[in-house]
Design a binder for this molecule. Structure first.
Ligand SMILES: *[C@@H]1O[C@H](CO)[C@@H](O)[C@H](O)[C@H]1NC(C)=O
Ligand SMILES: *[C@@H]1O[C@H](CO)[C@@H](O)[C@H](O)[C@H]1NC(C)=O
Ligand SMILES: *[C@@H]1O[C@H](CO)[C@@H](O)[C@H](O)[C@H]1NC(C)=O
Length: 386
């Protein structure tokens, strides 16, 4: 027979849990300058999947529209007449901003307005004078392969060399290959240059599409991840602060969930327990193992499980579609892979997440799903269903 808990102790720990959840967020909070979230209009030609990036601290959109207290030095953005968002990197020129991630990782994803990122990387790309550093720095070697060269060693599975059409001429093809996989002596092409490419993800092999940068100062990622607002402290200082962030490490919505899920039934329980206490008072010596950290741990382990990727058999179980020469698309309006932002080409293989019917390049979505168990477009999670 299980020992019945001592009611006084149960009430005390329940009260402690409620106090922990309800009172801590109201302990001293830093007031910060709050600026609205703005964005450029977005160009009509832009990918239907990608709304214009939302601009918030430390980024600031043009000096006229937002006070200097809305942005951190080095993070100014502007809009092109066509509605795109632009970032000027000192010494490297202007880049189109494709997206900005604010938390938990801080990153900005950039493309070349003239659609030839490799040319930008090979000419005068440098982050030395900027506030950014590469998100995932990876060395790539560019090769100049004259026509008639046997490219099969470069196309083998382990090497993953990619042609760079915007640098290629009528009598030669420029290829890019991860330097680590490139063996100078075994390949026929002439090596041009080796550069560091700031990749968006670890597994990325295509230098053509986008680059991703991150920044260390100001660090707002963990503040925003806890539901806080990040900005200059409102007392005219140049210090950056975080306001209204939850202290327990739970996001704000998780906290409300816990308050509703635990608090309300808890109060009902309290009433029941109170009548139990007044009814009969039989003490046992078994303390109740229940406090707030147990609940936090439970929720933390839950969210960790959700953010993990899928295993290979699950990923492989999703249907693949090979595009024909006519490039007839499974969904006529989906012409672009939402992950790498490249248009689908004839003969390419796509993969779809059947439950939400979204299509991606097979390489792009496989890499993504290994890290995240959700559809990058609609956040549908196969694991939630199983
Ligand atoms: C770097 O290249 C860009 C584009 O090619 C050009 O606009 C810019 O003037 C160059 N900057 C320097 C410092 O050479
Ligand atoms: C590649 O090599 C050819 C000669 O084989 C040369 O004409 C061409 O300019 C080179 N291309 C680049 C981008 O270096
Ligand atoms: C903040 O600075 C502005 C001008 O720099 C000044 O007018 C204002 O009084 C200052 N506010 C505080 C609270 O110090």
């Amino acid at each position: 027979m299980p020992p019945s808990p001592r009611p006084g102790l149960a009430i005390a720990s329940l009260l402690a849990l409620l106090a922990h959840l309800l009172l801590l967020p109201h302990t001293p909070a830093t007031a910060v300058e709050v600026c609205g979230i703005v964005s450029c209009p977005g160009s009509s030609a832009a990918d239907q999947f990608l709304p214009p990036p939302s601009v918030q601290f430390p980024f600031r959109l043009d000096r006229q529209r937002q006070s200097h207290r809305c942005g951190y030095p080095g993070f100014d953005l502007s809009c092109t007449p066509g509605g795109d968002t632009l970032l000027l990197i000192p010494g490297s020129g202007e880049f189109t901003v494709k997206s900005i991630t604010y938390s938990p990782t801080q990153s900005i994803t950039l493309a070349d307005p003239d659609s030839c990122l490799p040319r930008r990387l090979l000419t005068n790309f440098s982050l030395a004078g900027s506030v950014f550093r590469p998100l995932v720095p990876r060395q790539f070697t560019f090769l100049n392969c004259s026509d008639g060269t046997d490219l099969s060693p470069l196309a083998s599975d382990g090497v993953r060399a990619m042609p760079v059409p915007c640098l290629s001429g009528s009598s030669y093809t420029v290829m890019s290959v991860p330097t680590k996989l490139y063996d100078r002596d075994s390949y026929p092409c002439e090596a041009m240059e080796t550069v560091t490419v700031p990749l968006p993800w670890q597994f990325w092999v295509d230098v053509e599409a986008v680059i991703s940068l991150t920044w260390d100062v100001p660090n707002c990622g963990s503040c925003r991840n806890r539901g806080g607002q990040c900005g200059y402290k409102s007392d005219n200082s140049t210090e950056v602060g975080c306001s209204n962030a939850a202290r327990t490490g739970l996001s704000r919505s998780a906290k409300y969930g816990v308050i509703l899920g635990v608090g309300v039934p808890g109060l009902l329980c309290l009433i029941g327990l109170a009548s139990f206490v007044f009814g009969k008072n039989r003490a046992r010596d078994q303390p109740v193992q229940s406090d707030a950290t147990d609940v936090s741990n439970l929720i933390a382990s839950r969210s960790a499980a959700v953010s993990m990727g899928l295993d290979r058999p699950t990923i492989e179980s999703y249907p693949r579609t090979q595009l024909g020469e006519s490039r007839r698309l499974p969904k006529p309006n989906d012409t672009t892979c939402p992950i790498c932002l490249c248009e689908y080409q004839p003969k390419e293989t796509l993969r779809t997440i059947p439950e939400c019917n979204h299509y991606f390049h097979v390489d792009c979505i496989d890499g993504w799903l290994r890290l995240n168990a959700t559809c990058p477009l609609c956040r549908y999670s196969p694991e939630d269903q199983s």
